[in-house]
Design a protein around this ligand. Sequence first.
Ligand code: NAD
Length: 495
Amino acid sequence: MSNLARFLNTVDGQPRESYSGRWIASLDPFTGKAWAEVPQCGADDAAAAVEAAHRAFTRGPWATLTATARGKLLRRLADLIARDAEKLAETEVRDNGKLLAEMAAQLRYVPEWFHYFGGLADKIEGGVIPSDKADMFTYTRREPLGVVVAITPWNSPLLLLTWKLAPALAAGNTVVIKPSEFTSCSTLALMDLVKEAGFPDGVVNTVTGYGAEVGAALVEHPLVAKVAFTGGDATGAAVYAQAARHIKHVTLELGGKSPNIIFDDANMDDAVKGAISGIFAASGQTCIAGSRLLVQRSVYEEVSQRVVAVAATARLGNPMERTTQVGPITTQPQRDKVLGFIDIAKGEGARCLLGGGTPKDPALAGGWFVEPTIFGDVLNTMRIAREEVFGPVLSIIPFEDEDEAVEIANDTIFGLASGVWTKDMRRAFKMAERIRSGTVWVNTYRAVSFLAPFGGFKKSGIGRESGQAAIDEYLQTKCVWINLAEGIPDPFIIR
Ligand code: NAD
């Protein structure tokens, strides 16, 4: 037995290893060394978790719990997460290498989703339908879907899980969670709090393992009613196709190539900070990264120089230290992919203004770092402007006027987010209308809230998370007809 910390799955309220007895090492991106292990599950473990969730949905106490009681459980979980936020954040940092400052702020914010959706649980209402038929009483019920599978990526494990878990539970579903194989530990640690909050056994279950093995087995399972997925667009397409074969409900939160647009009338200090936070926060490993910086030609040189100057001072280092500004990339394959994209950009003729490799500092040698990298004179036709890099690599693209900015912004397969920097409010409203993305930020970037719907246009996804409408993604409508009269008319004719 190894001497690494071991995190176990929870199935039917019980701690579980995998049937195979195999383990996956969780690697610390700052040292490159294993620090913990999680069970390497397979299709048999996936089936056991789905069956437990299905039993809890159909036969357990959860099925008859009032919506008000469900809401209370969610709010209790919120309080426990708030209590343990720092500890959960540290676990996430060991797994994904993102800054402790960022993960702790996320974990302190996560409880708001459980409070919000806990509050919504007993406000799910049906309606009485006016009837065009005599003596008929018709009403609707809003009912949960059943077993929901939540599949999450490695960049913000608990935040992105929460966006699924809170509305799914508030709506009365049961859940099987499949976290990323690279960053499972915080999700497994959260399960202790789910138990402590008092959720009945089987309502929330976890299965760790590789996507192609355990993820695909969950999507395939006939007792799963819905798949809520966050991850890359290629995986999302595969999940969508597989779910379609079984006519399952699906929400997809996928990637992006978001334009962050600076006009010449912008507050330049703010715009430069917005450009930096858009791409170098979280080492660019966010789906909403503002990886295409569109700059009006009249201020193109000035903005490029200022962004390069600020990025050049970014402190790379141990993500656990509060003074660090840029941490490592979460996985070695992802680090290699980012470096590959940098080579592609150089080969395409983009001008490298900053970085372009791995840092020389020997203190960083053990970690999977990439220097903050900026390319100038990028054409929107280049691969570096078209494909999601998911790393600290910024492409700066010049434009002449509003029309050209809109054209370049929308010339992408993605549509997750966008930023507009201008003092002209007429222009801000027009741009917000014309850009095809699920979120538009004006004079800010990277703002999210439990109150505000989030999701993608085009290949960035289907469905919305957060905000009131998010609960609809976990409900279905039943229509009930009650005949108040005796005597059935002609049985061969539709009523
Ligand atoms: P990924 O697509 O490789 O993996 C995501 C999850 O899917 C993991 O848990 C993985 O194990 C699982 N998976 C892989 N193959 C599967 C299969 N065949 N069936 C079922 N599950 C499978 O993504 P990643 O590399 O972990 O995360 C990075 C990606 O996530 C980026 O593209 C990023 O843009 C996207 N992302 C999107 C959002 C959003 O809200 N839109 C947020 C964060 C990240």
